[in-house]
Design a protein around this ligand. Structure first.
Ligand code: ZN
Length: 457
């Protein structure tokens, strides 16, 4: 049904509409469109934030602030220039697969390799054009590397779903292979047993509509209705209270990041955190995670409303193996302390050139001046940062301590500093809260402070 590739592709979508309530009951779509819908889940959070900022300036939880912090921080606050680039333009291991989509919101040149202009003697390459070769020159030249077996996508027919089936999509984004039985069940379940009240509409969906749909999945429980019937701009994400459930198994040797929370006692509120680079790296990793990985790590997709429904359908209908749903991110996102349940792919030590000799692949976080076994972070080592409740990050060297305290607008007598330890449990809550609320620190960490205050009395 798609006319051509790229930004200008259009699909036809058949909507079944409850004409009285002005609400979409379900949509019938081809597998090409279902692939596009599922591809929204494969976008890294940083990419979603950037696309939605361009599209009607809409924001997602605290992630938009996190992204803006990366934009505003100077190159000196990062380990290398490429660290900033890889956070502003995050890449996903599914980029190659997404090249075959009929409509791709975010085409990337994911498999390109870069090197300096004297690369044949330096013998080094990087995934990013902002990396600096150990010889001192910028690695801005794209070089011809042979595509490895791991980069070749084997499914030829379809991208995520196989075959030529038709699908139905409910207003809250459950996707299933179309059958009369399912359509009837759905009609009955929304009280549309009387067919006279139900109409059918054929709509065109192109780049703009998919963007609006992307915006709606974060802000509405009825994204199809809001995209095609209301055509209004939905408000930002409704702030939900995020339940911190401690269902994650604790291990004795668990990794921990220690931070200082500046607490306003009588309001029982965390105002800011003072932290080192490991905690900032943890937050920055959120931007590199594809939406599907956020849900996978959370393990609690019902918290995410219709995004959770879409994710469940993605897993059920996907032609690829279930193991591909583990939260796997490219090797260059590996940090020293990995609190979240993420797998970083192994960094290949070299890439073979098209015309022969291999070149060494560097870690763009260290520009090639590293021990191959040592993982680096994004933020400059030995730096102190302040993080606000809504995840604005400020390097502390850019502001005096007194100035900072004054900005908090509190009496010194009302402020207290509490040291807390962030484990996998808190890191996971923080990830969920960064997407679902505009008060991530308090939603995810207040319990920890409350316990500490209680223990002290
Ligand atoms: Zn060089």
């Amino acid at each position: 049904m798609a006319k051509s590739c790229g930004e200008h592709s259009k699909f036809s979508l058949r909507l079944v509409v409850d004409e009285e309530k002005k609400k979409v009951v379900l949509a019938e779509a081809c597998s090409d469109f279902v692939d596009v819908l599922f591809s929204l889940l494969t976008l890294p959070m940083g990419t979603i934030v950037r696309l939605l900022e361009k599209h009607r300036k809409s924001e997602i939880g605290c992630l938009s602030n996190l992204y803006k912090s990366v934009v505003e921080m100077g190159i000196d606050d990062f380990e290398t220039e490429a660290c900033k680039q890889m956070l502003l333009y995050p890449r996903s291991l599914r980029d190659v697969q997404c090249k075959r989509l009929k409509l791709n919101l975010h085409p990337t040149d994911g498999v390109k390799m870069f090197a300096c202009h004297t690369w044949r003697s330096c013998n080094m390459c990087s995934n990013f054009s902002t990396s600096r070769c150990p010889c001192g020159k910028l690695m801005e030249k794209a070089i011809p590397v042979r595509v490895g077996a791991e980069d070749v996508d084997k499914i030829q027919n379809g991208v995520f779903v196989r075959g030529r089936s038709s699908f139905i999509i409910t207003d809250d984004l459950k996707v299933a292979v179309r059958s009369i039985d399912l359509v009837l069940t759905e009609l009955k379940s929304v009280g549309c047993g009387d067919f006279s009240k139900v109409g059918e509409r054929l709509v065109d969906i192109g780049f703009e509509e998919v963007m609006t749909l992307l915006q709606c999945i974060f802000s509405s429980n009825a994204p199809l209705t809001d995209t095609f019937l209301n055509k209004r701009s939905p408000r930002g994400l409704s702030t939900k209270t995020c339940e911190t459930t401690s269902t994650y198994k604790e291990r004795k040797t668990e990794e921990v990041i220690t931070v200082s929370a500046i607490v306003r006692k009588h309001e029982t509120k965390i105002l800011h955190l003072e932290c080192g680079e490991d905690f900032v790296d943890l937050l920055f990793t959120f931007l590199a995670l594809p939406l599907e990985s956020v849900l996978e790590i959370s393990g609690n997709s019902s918290t995410f409303g219709c995004i959770g429904n879409l994710f469940k359908s993605f897993k059920e209908l996907s032609a690829t193996q279930v193991s591909t749903f583990k939260a796997v991110i490219p090797h260059y996102y590996k940090c020293q302390k990995q609190l979240l349940n993420i797998i970083t792919e192994q960094r290949p030590s070299w890439k073979r050139l098209v015309d022969g000799e291999p070149v060494v692949l560097i870690d763009p976080k260290s520009d090639g001046n590293d021990q191959p076994t040592q993982a680096r972070g994004f933020a400059k080592r030995d730096t102190k940062f302040a993080v606000s409740d809504d995840l604005v990050i400020t390097p502390m060297n850019s502001i005096s301590t007194f100035c900072f305290l004054k900005k908090l607008q509190a009496q010194a007598s009302d402020l207290e500093v509490k040291e807390i330890s962030i484990t996998k449990t808190e890191a996971t809550s923080l990830l969920e809260a960064s997407l679902l609320t505009s008060s991530a620190l308090n939603a995810a960490l207040w319990n920890l402070i409350a316990k500490k205050l209680k223990d002290e009395t």
